[in-house]
Ligand binder design. Structure first.
Ligand code: PEP
Ligand code: MG
Length: 584
């Protein structure tokens, strides 16, 4: 590959926009790990935690191998290296040694990895053999990956980024992405990651163009190289020519003009041509997004992902810390409603302060996620409720429970809420009266199927189409290899959305949808046709969706939705929808 020759890579364009800057390649470095002794009773859960870290590492390597296979010329070398890593994670002196240290020395898994690697390194270096030294580098890479997976910390934080950095990495976690400063970063490109994962969602929330799942990326990009990230076309151009650069600069100008045009819709109602009014709200992760919520004229916050407050820190935020952060948002919304979702860590949303205690379960999409973790740690849930209740004294607040599956979970959460309220009352701390409405996310197929029963126990629904699609179709939303199969237009997903919306309407409780389909104008007609009148989305999507609604005839959208709901094939549904959108 000649120096400075223009190279184009393709991947999944997950966050719209064009970023032009210098690439900042995040490479592996060393990690400071905590070291502590564990009690006899914790040995089993520590071994489970280590097991979960090796399983995750094997999965990462597997995905990197399938990416490497697609790179011409590079495949063989890289594949045998990755195969060596893979084998080492299955069974090796490193893995066996770590387990033995956890069991006999009773130390935490990170410390056991460090100690075992240190021992192996001492012996290998004493041999003074070039081949052995090279093997040691492989073991170091595996040990580092394990440590990273165990500690949920990343190799390098993005604290000292130069201006105009385009982040290039193997993978970015949602917590990593939340740390990026949009004033310094122009975009994101990674080898791993799917379009519906929280990294993609976070990139959209920060307005950062992003392309994930890019084959061959790390082989082609060096730190400091000129790079263009085209989040619309899913294209990365390294060392662009003058012509390419000029074409992209021109496209940026057109985008700015388009944004200005849409900006004029801020004060216009989201009303169809035949008079149906739709409530458009914003999904928010961090207080720094408030200005963009305000710019778009959102009617409120339909989903506040409170778990982002628990990321990138060593300790669990106290009641006061949570209250201050929530108050800032509630006050900032100036009387508009704010729907605060309780902690939804688990899966890809990690919290180092919390997850270490629950082995691999909390990092599994089917494990101790969302409300399940909160009900195991009722103390945390109660603290969170107290903080939310205190914030409710400053504006209009609703409380939302994530990952609910059963009616029993809602009842238990309601008891904890009542307990939190009683405590505040005794402390004479003000909060809203009556208590804020308590709603549930409909994002587990089991919850959707029992939506009629859930509607009797809660005050509102928020349909989470991201997880609902993931769990219904059994497709990991953050895995680029199955991204093409992730389809919310699958009739099974649509039927669950329809049943949930109808159950809410029958029970006369409000229902909204806050998954990513709410922010994609392609789906708007269908969602309105299914009975939804409240859509919550990344703030920057609001103007486009509003424009679409204002041009739409609701009666025709409704007729088209009922034709669509008679279909059994997702492809035909997509065609019927696209056809409708093209004509309206
Ligand atoms: C969803 O699952 O659709 C949702 C809105 O929640 P999250 O994306 O945070 O999982
Ligand atoms: Mg969800």
């Amino acid at each position: 590959m000649a120096e400075n020759k223009e190279i184009v890579f393709t991947g999944l364009g997950v966050s719209s926009g064009i970023g032009i800057g210098k690439s900042y390649v995040r490479e592996s470095g060393t990690i400071a790990v905590p070291e502590y002794r564990i009690k006899v009773g914790r040995v089993k859960s520590e071994l489970d935690r280590f097991q979960a870290a090796t399983t995750r590492a094997r999965r990462q390597i597997g995905r990197l191998r399938s990416k490497a296979k697609a790179v011409e010329g590079a495949a063989e070398d890289l594949d045998s290296l990755l195969d060596a890593y893979f084998q080492m994670l299955k069974d090796s002196r490193l893995v066996r040694g770590v387990k033995a240290r956890i069991e006999t020395d009773r130390i935490n898994a990170e410390a056991a990895v460090q100690a075992e690697f240190g021992e192996i390194a001492k012996q290998f270096l004493a041999m003074d053999d070039a081949y052995i030294r090279a093997r040691l580098e492989d073991i170091r890479a595996v040990a580092l990956r394990l440590t990273r997976n165990l500690s949920n910390v990343e190799e390098k934080p993005f604290t000292h980024l130069p201006e105009n950095s385009a982040i290039v990495a193997e993978e970015l976690s949602p917590a990593d992405t939340a740390q990026l400063n949009p004033a310094k970063v122009v975009g994101i490109a990674t080898m791993l990651g799917g379009a519906e994962g929280h990294t993609a969602i976070m990139a959209r929330a920060l307005g950062l163009p992003a392309v994930l799942g890019v084959t061959g990326l790390l082989k082609g990009a060096r730190s400091g190289a000129d790079i263009i990230i085209d989040g619309d076309a899913g294209r990365i151009t390294v060392n662009p020519t003058q012509e390419t650069l000029a074409a992209y600069e021109q496209r940026k100008v057109v985008r700015v003009r388009e944004e200005r045009r849409l900006g004029h819709l801020k004060r216009q109602p989201a009303m169809t041509r035949d008079g149906i009014e739709v409530v458009l709200q914003a999904n928010v992760e961090l207080p720094m997004q408030l200005p963009s919520v305000d710019r778009t004229g959102a009617a409120g916050i339909g989903l506040l992902r409170s778990e982002f407050m628990f990321m990138n820190r060593e300790t669990i935020p106290t009641e006061d810390e949570q209250y201050e952060a929530l108050k800032e948002i509630v006050v900032g919304m100036n009387g508009k409603p704010v729907t605060i979702r309780t902690l939804d860590v688990g899966g890809e949303k990690t919290s180092a302060a919390l997850m270490g205690d629950y082995g691999g379960s909390a990092s599994s999409a089917l494990g101790l996620r969302g409300i399940r973790l909160s009900l195991v740690r009722e103390d945390l849930l109660e603290t969170e409720f107290r903080a939310i209740l205190r914030a409710s004294a400053h504006g209009s607040v609703r409380i939302l429970l994530p990952m609910v599956t059963t009616v029993g979970e809602v009842r238990r959460a309601r008891d904890v809420l009542a307990h939190a309220a009683r405590k505040l009352k005794r402390r004479k701390v003000p909060f809203a009266s009556p208590l804020p409405p308590l709603g549930v996310m409909i994002e587990v197929p089991g919850a959707a199927l029992s939506a009629d029963a859930l509607a009797q126990t809660c005050d509102f629904f928020a349909i989470g189409s991201n997880d609902l699609t993931m769990y219904t179709l059994a497709i990991d939303r953050g895995d680029e290899q199955v991204a093409n199969l992730f389809d919310p237009l699958n009739p099974s997903v649509l039927r669950l959305i329809q049943f949930s919306a109808e159950s809410a309407l029958r029970a006369r409780i409000p229902v909204s949808i806050c998954g990513e389909i709410a922010g994609d104008a392609r789906y708007t007609a269908l969602l309105l046709g299914l009975g939804l009148r409240e859509l919550s989305m990344t703030a920057t999507s609001i103007p486009k969706v509003k424009e679409h609604i204002r041009a739409m005839d609701f009666a025709s959208a409704s007729r088209r939705a009922s034709i669509i709901m008679d279909q059994v094939d997702a492809g035909r549904i997509a065609m019927l929808l696209d056809d409708f959108n093209a004509l309206s």
